[in-house]
Design a protein around this ligand. Sequence first.
Ligand SMILES: O=P(O)(O)OC[C@H]1O[C@H](OP(=O)(O)OP(=O)(O)O)[C@H](O)[C@@H]1O
Ligand SMILES: NC(=O)CC[C@H](N)C(=O)O
Ligand SMILES: [Mg+2]
Length: 505
Amino acid sequence: MCGILGVVAHSPANQLLYDGLLMLQHRGQDAAGIVTAQGNSFHMHKGLGMVRDVFRTRNMRALPGRMGIGQVRYPATGSSNSPAEAQPFYVNSPFGIVLSHNGNLTNADVLNQELFLADRRHVNTRSDSEVLLNVLAHELQERTTGYQLDPAEIFSAVAGVHERCQGAYAVTAMIAGYGLLAFRDPYGIRPLVFGTIETNAGTEYMVASESVALDILGFRLIRDVAPGEAIFIDMDGRFYSQQCAPQSSLNPCIFEYVYLARPDSMLDGISVYETRLNMGINLADKISTDMRHLDIDVVIPIPESSRPSAMQLANRLGISLREGFVKNRYVGRTFIMPGQQLRRKSVRQKLNAIEMEFRGKNVLLVDDSIIRGTTSREIVQMAREAGAAKIYFASAAPPVRFPNVYGIDMPTRQELIATNRTNEEVCREIGADYLIYQDMDALKQAVAQANPQVANFETSCFDGYYIAGNVTQEYLGRIESQRNNLELLRNQRATQLDLTLSSVD
Ligand SMILES: O=P(O)(O)OC[C@H]1O[C@H](OP(=O)(O)OP(=O)(O)O)[C@H](O)[C@@H]1O
Ligand SMILES: NC(=O)CC[C@H](N)C(=O)O
Ligand SMILES: [Mg+2]
């Protein structure tokens, strides 16, 4: 996942974009970028790091104009976190287009070939987002005549993107001299919302991955961009929208509700917070039957994302909820960090146990999910060291056993702790005395209950069913070996760095 943003304002857009990206920081910590448009010119600044690290005052001053897009990046699937892959991407023809993408194209390699051989376009990075931009550019080139561009031609180009691209994509883009374009894949896998604010000069628009960016900046949420739909806001603030896919259906990624999104966001008419409360209730009901033989003294959440579920779970069970772990607020989210060495070290830096909450007690630790097991392994050990009598572990999501190919960085089966392991084996692996997972139906019910109009979800990491694109075993094998090579390189670099540092010492 990544966070994407687009703004059409009546005053300089740079600060709105910066502030909006800060609100989406939890969706990507590796790179950040903003492009603004003034007249026919784009102004871009992007780089590796968090929003606060990438943008200095001088960079902000160099982003003039009242319209812009931005992205916070979390590299997924086959790509790496090199500076060249930071977004937005730019292509000069036709018109000049910039684009930010959240998701992953499962046919990026085939498209890359097509772009080179048939469309005569060169893609300079390994990023599927640069492929996506070039497909959009080619389709726009093919479907326009002359220099004048109207919304119908733009929507026709998006229809062309839908025909060629497979996988997940939520996009914000700008066409130089024309306006801001945003669209979502026909399965509606990754989220995208838009809203407005009324100013003396007229209506301003914001498009964002999550509604939290709109809330904080005073924009009113209008609605989600529909699956397959595109919206376009021209330089004069005129709004256009059109369904661009012949067939579309809403299948939001269920993992957004489990972990990715902020709880104060509304996605596809669903309150993320409410779904997490429901997950807590459903899990509590399973605990009441399956763990009746076990005596639980306290429920302890694993900060940050599990908090609402743990609170509701404890409430339902009538057991007190205690804050057993203190989170260092200056350490980011560990699951979306690159490289296992860094992730493991960061869990230790991020969370510390308060001994008095553990000593001599039977504790039920609650997390939103167990993916690689990095957090749970460390946390269980910390709880033991703090003197817990028994350590029970509850996951508000079912076991994650399958790679995600739609923008979440879990591409290899062997890195997922639950792959080829029974629940008892995972329990032993993390060192707990008992482990309980949410059931799949209970998770779906927890999310659907918050908006009965949404019945279908993208659930591949739990059940291995890939809704969009032709996801073959061959493809999964390929991204797996790409990832293994990348991880090998990362570990070699980390070891080299350690050696260099120790020789300096
Ligand atoms: O099994 P793992 O591979 O460790 O992944 C699961 C953990 O990672 C996430 O936490 P993270 O620290 O990323 O963010 P949070 O502060 O939002 O909980 C998630 O909330 C789990 O705690
Ligand atoms: N996590 C994402 O959404 C990734 C976006 C895009 N595929 C990239 O690698 O930059
Ligand atoms: Mg967590």
